[in-house]
Design a protein around this ligand. Structure first.
Ligand code: 5AD
Ligand code: SF4
Length: 474
């Protein structure tokens, strides 16, 4: 049994990062384990987790499993979890409750926990003491070991816990079964060294490790050949890409430029930290048409005092300066953000600063959250004397401001013709199709299904807060 350890996970050793290319293989005994059996992977949380689930699926298919569309029909269920806020935890434990019932009638069902919650000591202790009926737990650093973990469980028939805490390597060569045929996630880096005081990610995802540029560019070229139209470069803090290279001066702006030069139709990247956002990055985004005019730039708070407590390393003023620089240099750029309300000690005045920043920036949209204490992070020990009721009121007030500007930004597009990558049927009306603009706005389009997978010109006819309506132009 290898349990997670936060003390280890917090360490940032100076050892070189190794690129390991031959770590993934399926042992003979595990090769046919999944024959005539079906798997179901339930994903919680961010895009990084979605992509990890694509890898987990491909590994299971290498073991002979095929995909089930419903967890009730599966022989093996993996919950790929998120630890960012308390409600993510609650959702996972709720799901485990439902699966426990299923397991009572289906004795051979295998159930495993993966993802960020697996990296938390308290979660794994709870699984070991109260969820003995589960079969295996693995973490974010050893997805490629899944066949071996399942093989070991097959041998012992006991709860197999195998979580690594201080991983410092990059594993290449893990297969991926992508959910979409048109847009693909591409990891460019793992982990985060920023240690914002509220955030669990540096503990659950480990130290920052960048993939080599050549590996990333090869992956994008291959995706283009396979017909993919869009790639999203993924990392917790993509602007810090390359800062961990010891013998190479190659940063995010170089990578963006080289990926753009592959000629793939669309290049996106998430998530950016304002601290590492350089002028040369902005210039590259402005220069290449295939780098999408869309930047997700989490601000977290509009109060410089709170930003300092959060360990964000910028002020309200310097954020707004960067924001305006991007708006001026990258024409028609849409900018979205993340905001936390109710950080420990946030006063009415601090919150007013956040509202004033939201009014000044007029974001295209924002994800807003109530602060959730995460065990083991510095903010969890800070005095928090604002009531939940007050926090909910602040969230509501902030959302009203955010929604007003989101609608205004969308209304400006009515009458314009914009390219949309059509991804599939519209969820609101199955006689329509839907997709995203390069500025990341969802558009429901009156067009037939043959447009799926293509980038088509759409005339915007109506705007709502969260989406647009349109019709084929011409
Ligand atoms: N409580 C609330 N929101 C959080 N986020 C990260 N940690 C917490 C927390 N402890 C938010 C941040 C981040 C987004 C992914 O989740 O806004 O940008
Ligand atoms: Fe968390 Fe992002 Fe801060 Fe890293 S940069 S600690 S992932 S909020």
């Amino acid at each position: 049994m290898l349990k997670p350890n936060f003390k280890e996970a917090k360490k940032r050793n100076k050892e070189d990062i190794k690129i390991l290319r031959n770590e993934y293989h399926v042992p003979k005994e595990a090769k046919n384990m999944g024959l005539n059996k079906r798997y179901f992977v339930k994903t919680y949380g961010c895009q990084m987790n979605e992509h990890d689930s694509e890898m987990i699926s491909a590994i299971l298919e290498d073991m002979g499993y095929s995909k089930a569309n419903d967890y009730n029909d599966a022989d093996l269920i993996i919950l790929n979890t998120c630890a960012i806020r308390e409600n993510a935890h609650n959702k996972t434990f709720g799901m485990l409750g439902r699966i426990k019932h299923l397991k009572q009638t289906k004795k051979d069902l295998l159930v495993g926990l993966a993802g960020c919650m697996s990296q938390e000591e308290s979660v794994v202790d709870e699984i070991i003491s109260k969820y003995k009926w589960m079969d295996f737990v693995f973490g974010t650093h050893n997805i490629h070991k899944l066949p071996e973990i399942l093989k070991e469980h097959m041998r012992t028939k006991k709860l197999e816990v195998n979580v690594w805490s201080n991983e410092g390597n990059v594993i290449e060569g893990i297969p991926s079964k992508r959910d979409s045929k048109y847009k693909a996630w591409v990891n460019i880096m793992y982990g985060c060294d920023k240690f914002c005081t509220y955030c669990i990610v540096p503990y659950t995802r480990g130290k920052q490790r960048s993939r080599l540029p050549l590996d990333i560019i090869e992956e994008v070229k291959k995706l283009k050949l396979e017909g993919y139209k869009e790639v999203t470069l993924l990392g917790q803090n993509v602007n810090a890409y390359g800062k961990d290279f010891k013998d190479m001066d190659y940063k995010m702006e170089n990578l963006l430029e080289d990926v753009a030069k592959t000629g793939i139709d669309r290049v996106r990247f998430v998530t950016s930290h304002p601290w590492d956002f350089t002028d040369s990055m902005i210039d590259v985004i402005a220069k290449y048409d295939n780098i999408c005019n869309y930047i997700h730039l989490p601000v977290q708070s509009g109060s410089s005092r709170i930003l300092k407590l959060m360990g964000r390393r910028y002020t309200k003023e310097s954020y707004i300066e960067l924001y305006n620089k991007i708006r001026n240099k990258v024409k028609n750029c849409s900018i979205t953000t993340d905001i936390i309300v109710g950080f420990p000690g946030e006063t009415k005045e601090d919150f007013e600063e956040t509202l004033s920043l939201a009014r000044e920036c007029k974001f295209d949209s924002a994800f807003t959250f109530i602060y959730s204490p995460r065990e083991g992070t510095p903010a969890a020990k800070m005095k928090d004397d604002v009531s939940l009721e007050e926090k909910e009121q602040r969230l509501h007030e902030l959302n009203e401001v955010i929604n007003k500007y989101a609608l205004e930004a969308n209304e400006k597009l009515v009458g314009q013709v914009v390219p949309v990558l059509i991804e599939g049927e519209s969820q609101k009306d199955n006689s329509m199709v839907a997709g995203y603009t390069d500025t990341m706005k969802l558009v429901n389009v009156k067009a037939d299904k043959s447009s799926i997978g293509k980038i088509i010109n759409v005339k915007i006819t109506d705007a709502k807060t969260w989406s647009l309506d349109g019709e084929i132009d011409g």
